[in-house]
Design a protein around this ligand. Structure first.
Ligand code: CAA
Length: 297
């Protein structure tokens, strides 16, 4: 079966980026959100991002219109019935995901591939909410933020994934213009398995007084040529998200390196989520382009 129509569940930061990427690659794309308002917000973000690419000349004005024309939105799961692949990027909650997959399993045609963009929840645990036929057509497709700019997608297989289907998913990732890597269904896959302990260790180093926020960030950014230091990255990803991923990984591996440090937990409890809430390791409320470090320890 050839993939022609892509369904994206969720039009938040990741879902909108995935939908934009699919439409840009030439696929007819439909996004589903729970309200009309959220559909509008997501599509608005896509238009803004396409506008940036058009301004830079990465795409022409005609291409911008064509990409936009390939994108539609809906609030009904039923409208995803004829999609060849569904990429799910809804809230990171296992029960919500399982309920949605169980519903979709009945709605979608038998050939539809189910793919989750989860960063840490077990693909196998979501997969078991669907029929045994679908379970062979269930994979992970983990994208990175900002999706239209980040080149990587992790293609994740379970112990039941059909061999040919998996190869097709790798091809699909390439058609999206991404570099694909193969990973098995272990919490965090490749990137977060290595990234999360690094980010948590940076927080421990801060708590221990090894360096301050700006110095640790500059050390890792300039010493290794990383685009961002660990605290800027944490604020960018969202500290609530980072905490949540760490908790899931700690529960899976039971290893200290995945345990969220007390400071991270307290920051999340206090609503310091990073950029999205205005404050995290840095305060973005006065000047988002030149944030000032917070006094946390
Ligand atoms: N669409 C189109 N253009 C965009 C864009 C978007 N969504 N986001 C940024 N841009 C453009 C900007 O407009 C800017 O354009 P100009 O050069 O013309 O000004 C350009 O991209 C660069 O952006 P910025 O100047 O704002 O900042 P930057 O040079 O630092 O680049 C970045 C931004 C690509 C995000 C870069 O900082 C980066 O690579 N950071 C690391 C990102 C990263 O590690 N992501 C992974 C997070 S982990 C994850 O996602 C997975 C998980 O499971 C947690």
């Amino acid at each position: 079966m050839e993939i022609k129509k892509v369904g994206v569940l969720g039009c938040g930061l990741m879902g909108s980026g995935i939908a934009q990427t699919a439409a840009t690659a030439g696929f007819e794309t439909i996004v589903r959100e729970v309200s009309g308002e959220l559909c509008e917000k997501g599509l608005g973000g896509i238009e803004k991002s396409l506008g940036k690419f058009a301004e830079k000349g990465t795409i022409t004005a005609d291409q911008q219109k064509e990409i936009r024309a390939r994108l539609t939105s809906t609030t009904s799961l039923d409208d995803l019935a004829d999609c060849d692949i569904i990429i799910e990027a809804i809230i990171e909650n296992l029960e919500t995901k399982r309920e949605t997959y169980a519903q979709l399993d009945k709605i979608c045609k038998p050939e539809t591939i189910f793919a989750s963009n989860t960063s840490s929840i077990s693909i196998t645990e979501m997969m078991t909410a669907t029929s045994s036929e679908r379970q062979q057509r269930f994979i992970g497709l983990h994208f990175f933020n900002p999706v239209p700019l980040m080149k990587l997608v992790e293609v994740v297989r379970t112990v039941l994934t059909d061999e040919a289907l998996y190869e097709q998913a790798i091809e699909f990732g390439k058609q999206l213009g991404k570099v694909t890597v193969r990973a098995t269904d272990r919490s965090g896959f490749i990137v977060n398995r290595l990234l999360v302990p690094y980010m948590l260790d940076a927080i421990r180093a801060l708590e221990e007084g090894v360096g301050n926020i700006v110095d640790i960030d500059n050390a890792m950014k300039l010493g290794l040529n990383y685009p961002m230091g660990p605290f800027t990255l944490g604020d960018f990803v969202g500290l609530d998200t980072t905490y949540y991923i760490a908790e899931i990984m700690f529960n899976e591996y039971r290893e200290k390196r995945f345990a969220p440090p007390p400071l991270l937990k307290r920051m999340v409890l206090a609503g310091l989520y990073g950029r999205k809430s205005g404050r995290g390791f840095y305060d973005y409320t006065k000047d988002a382009r030149n944030p000032t470090p917070m006094n946390l320890v």
